[in-house]
Design a protein around this ligand. Structure first.
Ligand code: ZN
Length: 58
């Protein structure tokens, strides 16, 4: 059901606190984890929030 895979680069609609908006998916499933490509911070989102917050691509 998910169209996202670990290792995918995704973009958040709102930038991270560091100013970056490019992330790498590090975990998929019931919860999603994405790692900020600028500052390296990892954020966990539930599936619903994840799909609202990000879209695929650079
Ligand atoms: Zn960041």
């Amino acid at each position: 059901m998910t169209e996202f895979n670990v290792g995918d680069t995704v973009t958040t609609r709102k930038p991270h606190a560091c100013g970056g908006n490019s992330w790498t998916v590090v975990r998929v499933g019931a919860d999603y984890k994405i790692k900020c490509n600028k500052c390296g911070r990892v954020v966990m989102l539930d599936s619903q929030k994840f799909h609202k917050a990000v879209h695929i691509g650079k």
